[in-house]
Design a protein around this ligand. Structure first.
Ligand code: MLT
Length: 286
């Protein structure tokens, strides 16, 4: 994919391959020391959407000595082996297997964007003892509507016929806030390149997992972990109302709506996102 800016690139750690218990090798990047914070990417992306977050743990960064960032490519995405896990619940189990492979048994903060946020919700229900906090970014609790599910079936069929590029064409125009400008064009190019490099089988398996995911609104009421919700004010895919509904359900959840951002808040305004994540970790978790 198109790389991050030279300044950001110098902060992105090399990936290492962690072999999980079923034999799949998962590409993981890690930096920093302190509370483990796992960042889970959206669909159909990879670790690189979090390139702007490494400065948090760089020398004199807001979380220097406070947090250790752990950023995997989920199976089938980025540099990780497939096959892609076939359900969101299985992706949550995969994250636990990654932590086990890294020798990380202490509870982590799980932070995920959109599909990554669905995985975080399943982690909270399936593996609460492995968690100490949740960060749900540009995501929602509700299952797909029948129309949304049909849209995924249609996209899967087109990707099978025409390749991953068609997924980039369908998705990228809706990912970012409207404002023009160089940054937006650079981010669009990076997203397009990442999506085009994603295997067709990965996109199709993940689309099925996304369409089949259950409604998590009832389960959310049982969450008792410190929780931060973040959304871009112009998110067209999971608009602010989705996170407002989540806040009403999750006890004590804090909500931050970041102006000028769409569905990719950590990429669109890394400074605002990082400041909010850092204050949540320092005030509610560490
Ligand atoms: C994502 O960004 O991960 C996707 O938009 C999730 C979805 O399609 O529900």
């Amino acid at each position: 994919m198109t790389g991050p800016s030279p300044a950001a690139a110098s902060l992105v750690p090399e990936a290492r391959l962690a072999t999980i218990r079923d034999g799949r090798r998962i590409a993981v990047r890690e930096a920093g020391s302190g509370v483990p914070v796992v960042l889970l990417h959206g669909f159909p992306l990879d670790h690189s959407m979090w390139d702007g977050q490494w400065r948090l743990v760089a020398p004199r960064g807001w979380l220097d000595g406070v947090a250790r960032l752990i950023v995997p490519d989920l199976a089938g995405f980025g540099g990780s082996d497939g096959p892609t896990s076939s359900s969101i619940a299985a992706m949550a189990d995969e994250v636990v297997a990654i932590l086990d492979a890294l020798g990380c048994q202490e509870p982590v903060v799980a932070c995920g964007l959109s599909m990554g946020g669905y995985v975080v919700q399943h982690l909270a229900i399936r593996h609460p003892a492995r968690l100490r906090g949740l960060v749900l970014v540009d995501t929602k609790l509700e299952a797909d509507t029948p129309e949304a599910r049909a849209g995924r079936v249609d996209l899967s069929e087109r990707v099978g016929r025409l390749g991953a590029g068609i997924a980039a064409e369908a998705m990228v125009p809706r990912l970012l806030a409207r404002g023009a400008g160089t940054d937006r064009r650079v981010i669009e190019t990076r997203l397009r390149d990442t999506i085009k490099q994603t295997a067709v089988a990965t996109i199709q398996t993940a689309l099925k997992a996304l369409g089949d995911r259950p409604d998590m609104t009832a389960a959310a009421a049982g969450v008792s972990l410190p929780t931060l919700l973040v959304v871009g004010a112009e998110d067209m895919i999971t608009p602010p109302e989705c996170l407002e509904r989540a806040q009403a359900l999750i006890r004590g959840a804090e909500l931050e709506t970041i102006p000028g951002c769409g569905h990719m808040t950590p990429m669109e305004d890394p400074a605002a996102f990082n400041a909010r994540l850092a204050s949540f970790l320092r005030e509610r978790v560490v």
